[in-house]
Design a binder for this molecule. Structure first.
Ligand SMILES: [Zn+2]
Length: 335
């Protein structure tokens, strides 16, 4: 049975037809208010002749908005005459989560970016993950998954990338990272198996994950980096007729090489940060204080960095529980 036949999702667009198409992926969902209903996951494709395929995705986490705005604007402006090959755009990948502005789905609590490779007979989120990995990434040569810090984190405009076994794939990914031209890039040593970048790797697709801002907002700065980065990757890989591929800034490449790069709250309370995004910090430097206003006489607790590096991501809400990520660091990497 083909992948498309195994999935309950049907597509309103024909992935093999030239031109600009938009519509929905229909995921059957029988509920009290709609017995024979389906979940409408928006999708668009712009195709002009034969050539490679770029798959662009956002709304993997529903409370990350920069990518959703970037792809929505791109769907409205990208015309087949200006394109070579095929560009598939999925702006609200976990549609139920994106519809309500949540990281996870209100239907099954599913975190799409922890659900790959998915299951065509599983929950709603697992069915979406399966369709993205096996059908959409199965069509693609290159992919970009646009994230941000969401509701609880804020990132410097950063591209995340991993290392593959195949040197040619690594070279392609590095070219994508340089073309995107974000101010920062982080190479992650850890490779989780249930994230979209692992799905792309399994499908032999050269991929980037992008982290743009966050805090549940859309900032002009983050949006500019995201929009220009996507356009430069399209241009660099031959998808646009008139490429202008020179990034405004050179990317500072960092490594996230160990768990020590991540700093967590060891107590609950109110977190007072003592460093900011883009600060260079040293091991043992004071990162902040956790206060307990419920018992204000209790001594506040110091939180110190475990390693040195650049602050690329910080927690947004002041209220913290034990186990919440407060900061993560990257260390300069020569590649
Ligand atoms: Zn995300």
């Amino acid at each position: 049975m083909t992948v498309a036949a195994r999935s309950p999702i049907t597509s309103e667009i024909d992935f093999h037809a030239d031109g600009k198409q938009s519509g929905f992926l229909r995921l059957p969902h029988s509920v009290h208010r709609s017995a024979y209903g389906w979940i409408p996951i928006p999708i668009a494709q712009v195709k002009n002749g034969d050539g490679p395929t770029l798959f662009l995705m956002s709304g993997n986490h529903g409370d990350e908005y920069e990518g959703q705005v970037t792809l929505t604007k791109l769907i409205q402006t990208l015309e087949p005459e200006a394109v070579r090959g095929r560009i598939i755009l999925l702006p609200m990948a976990n549609y139920p989560a994106a519809k309500v502005g949540m990281r996870t789905s209100p239907i099954d609590d599913g975190n799409l970016n922890r659900s790959f490779p998915g299951d065509p007979e599983g929950s709603v989120t697992q069915i979406i993950a399966h369709y993205i990995e096996h059908l959409l990434l199965g069509l693609a040569d290159y992919s970009i998954d646009l994230h941000s810090g969401g509701s609880s984190l804020h990132y410097l405009p950063t591209v995340l990338f991993g290392e593959r076994k195949d040197p040619a794939e690594n070279a392609t990914i590095l070219k994508m990272m340089r073309s995107f031209g974000a101010p920062y890039a982080c190479r992650f040593a850890r490779s989780a198996e249930h994230v979209s970048s692992a799905a792309a790797r399994r499908q032999g697709v050269a991929s980037l994950t992008v982290e743009m801002g966050g805090s549940g907002t859309v900032s002009m700065e983050s949006l500019k980096v995201a929009e220009e980065g996507v356009r430069r990757v399209m241009a660099s890989f031959g998808f646009l007729e008139n490429p202008d591929v020179v990034p405004e800034v050179e990317t500072r490449v960092l490594s996230v090489s160990s768990n020590e790069c991540f700093l967590y709250a060891g107590e609950e309370g109110l977190f007072e940060p003592r460093v900011e995004l883009a600060d260079s910090v040293q091991a043992e430097q004071l990162a902040g204080m956790i206060h307990t206003p419920e018992m204000p006489w209790k001594p506040s607790i110091e939180v110190r960095f475990k390693t040195s590096g650049l602050v690329v991501c910080k927690r947004v809400p002041a209220r913290v529980e034990r186990g919440d990520c407060l900061f993560h660091l990257g260390t300069d990497l020569a590649i």
